[in-house]
Design a binder for this molecule. Structure first.
Ligand SMILES: Nc1nc2c(ncn2[C@@H]2O[C@H](COP(=O)(O)OP(=O)(O)OP(=O)(O)O)[C@@H](O)[C@H]2O)c(=O)[nH]1
Ligand SMILES: [Mg+2]
Length: 340
């Protein structure tokens, strides 16, 4: 899964990128979009590591993309800057709440930029199709259908409505997938503000799930020793860091769950799209595992936690044998039997 950090210049995207990934932003890389991996911290993984004492513990990760800030005012080359995140699964929209502007207005301005950038892509395609359907071509019927749909999309964008609001079916979305339309993507709104500030009501009205963070401060905390950090957090009255909330929100917005594999060599968390099946989960690990799939041995994390060991889980008949089509649940611990 990949999430893109976007927003206007100087809102704290790169600071947040460093906070979430631990990678120091390289100014030379930002114009092509700098990539880093953010670890999904998960207390369940820690529990499994305690239990299995494996050689290696590997958490699930989210790929983050830092992008250059948009220029406020005219659209300028903002569409080109936004093009960097067309292949992202989710947008983390960063608003600068520490510099005195109105973050709600900033979010509205960002949405306009995204609508404008999408409109350029869709209008372009509509124009091409209008020329192409005049020629006798075998795929003319499909083109006419696409044209019909894209005209609706264009109309919505021109009227300030994002593509997500059209509630298109998966079938309808298929020909648009390669466009990477921004206003169709799940979005997490992050207000980068000073510690202790809350999300103002006018921003909450636009983005009820907006998360406030003091990126600069959390980055400084992150770089301290655990003892120092604890004492600073205590002093400042910080009970929960926003870092993990942001990652979880991105996870949730995209509809991703975590399943685990656990054994002596490695305990590991894996991402899977919600609704994904056992054979798809096997494919995340290795294509061979999916190809030779025989069955999955599945334990719910909560059962293992409650009973304390795999032996007890088996004794209680809670180790289930599942087939290819089993829909994997968040927190499942899975052992795959494969013939390959
Ligand atoms: N006061 C305060 N300053 C911050 C905070 N976060 C970032 N800054 C400062 O704001 C400036 C811009 O931060 P960056 O993280 O580089 O912002 P950016 O969004 O990546 O900027 P561009 O890439 O130019 O769009 C830096 O000087 C940061 O130190 C914050 O939470 N509070
Ligand atoms: Mg930056």
């Amino acid at each position: 899964m990949r999430a893109g950090l976007v927003g206007f210049v100087g809102t704290g995207k790169s600071t947040l990128f460093q906070l979430l990934t631990g990678v120091v932003p390289d100014p030379g890389k930002v114009h092509t979009g700098q990539v880093g991996m953010a670890i999904v911290r998960d207390p369940r993984l820690e529990f499994l590591a305690e239990l299995y004492r494996p050689k290696k513990v590997t958490p699930a990760t989210v790929e983050l993309l830092d992008t250059p800030g948009l220029m406020p005012g005219s659209h300028g080359d903002n569409p080109q800057r936004l093009a960097l995140i067309r292949q992202a699964d989710a947008l983390l929209v960063v608003l600068g709440g520490f510099s005195g502007g109105d973050p709600a207005r900033e979010l509205t301005a960002f949405r306009e930029e995204a609508l404008f950038a999408d409109l350029a892509v869709v209008a372009n395609r509509v124009q091409r199709l209008e020329t192409d359907v005049k020629k006798p071509r075998p795929e003319r019927e499909a083109m006419l259908q696409e044209l019909d749909l894209l005209r609706r999309v264009q109309d919505a964008l021109e009227n300030g409505r994002d593509v997500a609001s059209l509630n298109l079916s998966a079938e309808q979305k298929k020909p648009m997938r390669s466009f990477g339309l921004l206003t169709e993507k799940p979005t997490v709104v992050i207000l980068n503000t000073t510690q202790g500030s809350e999300v103002p009501p006018n921003l909450l009205a636009l983005a009820p799930a907006a998360i406030a963070v003091d990126a600069q401060l959390e980055l400084e905390l992150e770089q301290m020793t655990p003892d120092e950090r604890a004492s600073f957090q205590n002093e400042l009255g910080i009970t929960e860091l926003s870092r993990d909330r942001i990652i979880r929100a991105a996870y949730h917005a995209v509809g991703i769950l975590t399943f685990f594999t656990a054994g002596e060599p490695e305990v590991r968390g894996w991402n899977l799209e919600r609704g994904g099946t056992a054979v798809e989960a096997a494919g995340k690990i290795h294509t061979d595992l999916a190809r030779g799939f025989i069955r999955a041995e599945v334990t719910a994390f909560d059962d293992l936690k409650r009973l304390g060991s795999m032996r007890e889980v088996k004794a209680a008949n809670l180790l289930r044998l599942e087939g290819k089509d089993y829909v994997v649940q968040d927190g499942d611990i899975v052992y795959f039997r494969s013939s390959v």
